[in-house]
Design a protein around this ligand. Structure first.
Ligand code: GTP
Ligand code: MG
Length: 726
C-alpha cells in the first residue's frame, strides 16, 4: 500500500532519476533568508474536474512526491493537507479552493485544488482566475462527465491552457482508450496522449512516456523504475506517439517543416512544440495514472514544468483608474499590482486575503493601496499557504501567490497596488446565488449574532448572500444549492456557535383592489371625560398603473378640519399595511377624503386616524380585493438538447416563455415566472439538465394570483391568524 511506503529522505523522493533531456536554469534565489522564486520558475496550476475525480488525492500525491509533506495525506482518512476544513473532513469532499506550493525540478508549482461539486463553482472560478493553466482530471471509469464539460468551458472562457490527467486507472472497469476517445470526441483533436498506461485496474503497472519511448514501472515504490516498452504495446505506442508528434510539429513552422520532410523530431523539439501548442490552446496533452497509487504523477509534474506557461510569459491587461488600458509585467522592479482572489473569515485569526501578484512585489510590514476602494491598507506579516499552514515570508514576488491577514477594507476581487501607480486588474466573474432558504434562530435573542455571523460568512464567499426581506420580515440566505447552504449552516454552528432553523421563504404577496367604492366610518366613543370623535367619507379606487398609493382630499366648508387631514392619510397608510384578504400589504390604491364631520371638543388626530383606517378596511372589502404575487424575469441557459424539458417545466411552474436565442453552443430561454414557483428551481434545473443548465432571475412586477391559488393562500393565512390568536 502506498501509505506504507518505506521511509525515504525528502531529497531522494524529490525529482526522478530518468531524464527526458530538458535543461533547467536556476530559477530561485535566496532573498532575506526566504526563497523567492522568479516568475520564470513559477507555475500556477488549477486542478479542476467533475466532483470526486481525484483532484485532492492528486494534490496530496504531488505534495508527497515533491517532499513538501512527510506523510501522504488521504481524503478518505481526513488527513489531506488540501481538505482541512472540518466540513471537508466530515463530508469527504472539497468545499473551498486550497493552495500549496511544491518544488519540482527547480520550479515552484502553486497547486490550486478546487472543489468539483456544482455548488462551489465560485471557488473554481476564483482558483482558475489566478492560474496560468488547468489540469483537468477525468475519471478513467466514468469518462467525460458533466463537471468535466463545465470546467472545460470555464477554461475556454479564460483562454486557459489545459493538461488532462486520466485518473483512477487502477479502478475496476478503468479504460484508457475509451476515456481518451470520449475526451477527443468532446474536446476535439487537440487532445493527444503524452503518457499511456501499462495495464489497468488491479493490473496497472506503470506508464509509457511517449516522448522518451520508455516505460516507467511502479513496483510498490513511489519512484518508478525505467524499463523498455513492453513488446506487446509496440503498435499502440506507435499509433499514439504519431498523434503526439503531429501535434508537437504544429507548434512551430520550423518543426512542421522538419516533420513534413520526414525527419525525426528530438525530445527537446517535441517538448518545445508541445509547449507552444499548449500555450495557444491547440494541444491538450493527456497523461494517465492513479493518484491514489502515486502512479503516473511524477511524469505529470514534469509535464507541468515543461508545458505550462510561467507568469513571465503571461503579462496581463489592467486599467488605470481613468479607464486607460495598461499592462502589468511580471517584473520584481515594476510597480506592485496584485489581485485578491479569495478571502477567508476566521473568528479567531480574523480575515485572511489570498492574493496573486501580477507585477512588482509585496513586502511584509509595508503599506499597500487598494485601488478598487481607494484606500490605503497596512500590511503585516506575509505568508505562503500550504493547506491550512502558513509559512511566513519576507516578500511575495511577481507571479506568486501569497496571503496576508487583517486587511481592513479589502474584499475578494479587489486590486492591491502601489499608490503612486494605481491600476485595476479585471475582477472575478462570480455567478449570482440562486437558491434561497429562510433562517430563524433556534434560541431566542440570537438574531443579532446570527446576522453578524452570516455577514462574516458572506465576506468569505461571494456566491453567498444574506438579506432581511422587508416584506416578509424573514432573514433569507442565498447560495448556489442545498449543499452550499447546508455547509453555511454548519459553519454558523461550528465557527460562531449559533444554530438556526431552516424554512421555505415566504412569498411577499400583496393585495390590491379592482373596483372603485365609497366608504364611510364614524368613530365615536364617550368614556367619562373627553370622548373621541372622527368621521370620514372615503373614495377608494385602483391607482394609476405603477403607482403604489395616492392620497387626495376634496373637503368643502371644513367638514374635516385641515389639521386632521394628515391623520386621515396616516390612518389609511397604517390600514394598508395589512390587507383584508390575507394580511399582506396593500398596493395600487388611490384614496380621496371627500367628506366627514367633527366635534369641537372630542375630535382628535387619533380619532380621525382610527376612523380613516376603519373606513379603508370596510371599503377595501367591498372593492373586489385581489391577491398579487411577484413575477420574476428568468433567463435559463441550457444546451439545446434540454430545451424541450426546460420549457415544459417552466410551463408547469406557471411560467410565460418570452423567447429564446442561441448563445454560443447554448440556448437562452427568457421567461416570466411567479416567485412562488422558483424557490427550488436551482435544484429542479440541475436535475433536468444533469447540472448543465444555469439561470438568473430578477424581480420584474406584481401580477394577480389565479383564483384557485389565491383561495388556498387566503385560507392558510386565516388558519395561521387563528392559530396565533389562540
Ligand atoms: N481507486 C482510486 N481511487 C481514487 C483515486 N484518486 C482518488 N480516488 C478516490 O476518489 C475519491 C475522491 O477523491 P478526491 O481526491 O477527494 O476527489 P476530488 O476531485 O478532490 O473531489 P472533490 O474535491 O470533492 O470534487 C476518494 O475516495 C479517493 O480516495 C485513484 O487514482 N484511484
Ligand atoms: Mg477535492
Amino acid at each position: 500500500m502506498v501509505s506504507r511506503l518505506p521511509g525515504r529522505s525528502l531529497t531522494a523522493r524529490r525529482g526522478l532519476k530518468y531524464n527526458t533531456g530538458w535543461t533547467f536554469c536556476r530559477l530561485a534565489a535566496k532573498v532575506g533568508g526566504e526563497q523567492v522564486t522568479k516568475p520564470e520558475g513559477i507555475r500556477n496550476l488549477a486542478l479542476v474536474s467533475h466532483g470526486g475525480a481525484g483532484k485532492t488525492t492528486l494534490a496530496e500525491a504531488m505534495l508527497y512526491l515533491a517532499g513538501a509533506v512527510d506523510r501522504l495525506g488521504r481524503v478518505d482518512e481526513g488527513s489531506a493537507t488540501m481538505d482541512y476544513d472540518p466540513e471537508e473532513v466530515r463530508r469527504k469532499v472539497s468545499i473551498s479552493t486550497s493552495l500549496a506550493p511544491v518544488r519540482w525540478k527547480d520550479c515552484k508549482i502553486n497547486l490550486i485544488d478546487t472543489p468539483g461539486y456544482f455548488d462551489f463553482v465560485g471557488e473554481v472560478k476564483a482558483g482558475m482566475r489566478v492560474a496560468e493553466a488547468a489540469c483537468v482530471l477525468c475519471d478513467a471509469v466514468a469518462g467525460v462527465e458533466v463537471g468535466t464539460e463545465l470546467v472545460w468551458g470555464y477554461a475556454a472562457e479564460r483562454n486557459l491552457p489545459c493538461l488532462i490527467f486520466v485518473n483512477k486507472m487502477d479502478r475496476e472497469n478503468a479504460n484508457f482508450r475509451r476515456t481518451l476517445e470520449s475526451l477527443q470526441q468532446n474536446m476535439g483533436r487537440g487532445v493527444v496522449p503524452l503518457t499511456i498506461p501499462i495495464g489497468a485496474e488491479a493490473g496497472l503497472r506503470g506508464v509509457v512516456d511517449l516522448v522518451a519511448q520508455r516505460a516507467l514501472i511502479w513496483d510498490g515504490a513511489s519512484q518508478p523504475r525505467e524499463a523498455e516498452v513492453p513488446a506487446d504495446m509496440a503498435d499502440e505506442v506507435k499509433s499514439y506517439r504519431s498523434q503526439l508528434i503531429e501535434a508537437a510539429a504544429e507548434g512551430s513552422d520550423d518543426l512542421l517543416m522538419k516533420y513534413l520532410e520526414g525527419e525525426e523530431l528530438t525530445p527537446d523539439e517535441i517538448w518545445q512544440g508541445l509547449a507552444a501548442g499548449v500555450r495557444e490552446r491547440k494541444v491538450f496533452p493527456v497523461l494517465a495514472g492513479s493518484a491514489l497509487r502515486l502512479l503516473g504523477v511524477a511524469p505529470l509534474l514534469d509535464a507541468v514544468v515543461k508545458l505550462v506557461p510561467s507568469p513571465a510569459q503571461c503579462p496581463v491587461r489592467a486599467e488605470t483608474p481613468e479607464g486607460e488600458p495598461c499592462e502589468c509585467v511580471p517584473d520584481p522592479d515594476a510597480p506592485f499590482a496584485a489581485l485578491v482572489f479569495k478571502t477567508t473569515a476566521d473568528p479567531y485569526v480574523g480575515r485572511m486575503s489570498l492574493f496573486r501578484v501580477y507585477s512588482g512585489k509585496l513586502q511584509s510590514d509595508s503599506q499597500v493601496y487598494n485601488a478598487t476602494r481607494g484606500r490605503l491598507e497596512r500590511v503585516g506579516q506575509l505568508f505562503f499557504l500550504k493547506g491550512k499552514h502558513q509559512e511566513p515570508t519576507a516578500e511575495v514576488g511577481p507571479g506568486d501567490i501569497g496571503t496576508v491577514a487583517k486587511l481592513q477594507e479589502t474584499a475578494t476581487g479587489d486590486t492591491l497596488c502601489d499608490q503612486a501607480r494605481p491600476v485595476r486588474l479585471p475582477g472575478i466573474a462570480f455567478p449570482s446565488p440562486v437558491y434561497a432558504v429562510a433562517v430563524s434562530p433556534k434560541a431566542r435573542g440570537d438574531e443579532e449574532k446570527i446576522s453578524a455571523s452570516l455577514a462574516r460568512l458572506a465576506e468569505e464567499d461571494p456566491t453567498f448572500r444574506v438579506e432581511k426581506n422587508p416584506a416578509t420580515g424573514q432573514m433569507l440566505i442565498y447560495g448556489m444549492g442545498e449543499l452550499h447552504l447546508d455547509v453555511i449552516v454548519e459553519r454558523l454552528r461550528r465557527k460562531f456557535g449559533v444554530e438556526v432553523n431552516l424554512e421555505t421563504p415566504r412569498v411577499p404577496y400583496r393585495e390590491t383592489i379592482r373596483q372603485a367604492v365609497k366608504a364611510e366610518y364614524k368613530h365615536k366613543k364617550q368614556t367619562g371625560g373627553r370622548g373621541q370623535y372622527g368621521h370620514v367619507f372615503l373614495e377608494i379606487e385602483p391607482a394609476e398603473p405603477g403607482k403604489d398609493f395616492e392620497f387626495g382630499e376634496r373637503i368643502f366648508g371644513g367638514a374635516v378640519p385641515k389639521q386632521y387631514i394628515p391623520a386621515v392619510e396616516k390612518g389609511v397608510r397604517e390600514a394598508m399595511q395589512e390587507g383584508v384578504l390575507a394580511g399582506y400589504p396593500v398596493t395600487g390604491v388611490k384614496v380621496t377624503l371627500y367628506d366627514g364631520s367633527y366635534h369641537t371638543v372630542d375630535s382628535s388626530e387619533l380619532a380621525f386616524k382610527i376612523a380613516a383606517a376603519m373606513a379603508f378596511k370596510k371599503g377595501m372589502a367591498e372593492a373586489k380585493p385581489v391577491l398579487l404575487e411577484p413575477i420574476y424575469r428568468v433567463e435559463v441557459m441550457v444546451p439545446e438538447a434540454f430545451m424541450g424539458d426546460v420549457m415544459g417545466d417552466l410551463n408547469k411552474k406557471r411560467g410565460r416563455i418570452l423567447g429564446m436565442e442561441p448563445r454560443g453552443s447554448f440556448q437562452v430561454i427568457r421567461a416570466m415566472v411567479p416567485l412562488a414557483e422558483m424557490f427550488r428551481y436551482a435544484i429542479d434545473l440541475r436535475s433536468i439538465t444533469q447540472g448543465r443548465g444555469t439561470f438568473t432571475m430578477e424581480f420584474d412586477h406584481y401580477e394577480e394570483v389565479p383564483a384557485h391559488l389565491a383561495q388556498e393562500i387566503i385560507a392558510q393565512a386565516k388558519a395561521a391568524r387563528e392559530a396565533a390568536e389562540k
